[in-house]
Design a protein around this ligand. Structure first.
Ligand SMILES: C[S@@+](CC[C@H](N)C(=O)[O-])C[C@H]1O[C@@H](n2cnc3c(N)ncnc32)[C@H](O)[C@@H]1O
Length: 222
């Protein structure tokens, strides 16, 4: 089965022999790919909306994997069984992801792996998830259809990260790739243009963007 580079990258972070709970599965293509390509995987494809779940169900039947992918209607971690060891949440905003964990924090005790690809507020996600007893064990910045995505894998553990590590990613910072330079160089240039257009009276926004640019300048030094 063909899936996007983004979903394939998320799948590459999943370990064989896992029991996965995919929050916001939508079409369930990731979940079907997982059971087709990893060893001994079981998946619960969960979504808050019945309509995506109908598509998910159709796709699961179409690919003949109904014995390995179960569907569940629910909000966040509502229906997560205690035997699940891996949570995936991708394509949701970072603050929604944090809320999902906050609501069901007591359900994380058996969760070894958390794999996240938030589409916003990635700093807040790293900050929150590492504050509840997880550490970053793998992460990547990737490009798919001209968009940039981050995928992060957390395991249980305690590490105190710097502000830059929370913002850019501790592992992403250690192994700065050509994509990292390309992405943050372009952000820096964009910010510079925006700063020129902001009226001088808006001191707060000026300062905020100048501070971000200082940090970008620092991390972009080779
Ligand atoms: C943009 S899609 C992402 C689909 C897929 N995970 C991906 O990365 O391609 C977001 C999906 O999350 C579902 N969703 C949003 N909030 C949710 C929540 N609190 N609990 C479960 N599912 C949620 C939506 O119904 C939608 O199907």
């Amino acid at each position: 089965m063909k899936i996007s580079n983004r979903l394939k990258t998320i799948a590459s972070f999943v370990e064989d022999d896992s029991y996965v709970f995919d929050v916001g599965c939508d079409h369930a293509l990731l979940d079907i790919f997982l059971v087709q390509n990893k060893k001994n995987i079981k998946v619960i494809a969960s979504d808050i909306n019945p309509n995506p779940l109908k598509f998910a169900e159709k796709n699961i039947a179409l690919y003949g994997v109904s014995d390995k992918v179960q569907i569940a209607l629910g909000n966040g971690l509502n229906n997560i069984p205690s035997s699940v060891d891996t949570i995936i949440i991708s394509g949701l905003g970072g603050l929604t992801i944090n809320d999902i964990f906050k609501r069901d924090i007591d359900k994380l005790s058996s969760i070894k792996n958390i794999i996240l690809s938030p589409h916003s507020d990635i700093y807040s996600v790293r900050k929150y998830v590492t504050s509840i007893g997880y550490k970053v064990v793998d992460e990547i910045l990737l490009q798919d259809q001209k968009k940039i995505y981050t995928v992060i894998k957390f395991n249980k553990g305690q590490v105190n990260y710097t502000e830059d590590e929370l913002l850019f990613g501790p592992i992403i910072l250690k192994n700065k790739t050509p994509l990292f330079y390309q992405y943050y160089q372009s952000l820096l240039q964009k910010n510079k243009k925006i700063i020129k257009k902001i009226p001088k009276t808006n001191k707060k926004l000026h300062e905020e963007l100048e501070n971000i640019n200082k940090r970008l300048d620092e991390v972009l030094k080779v």
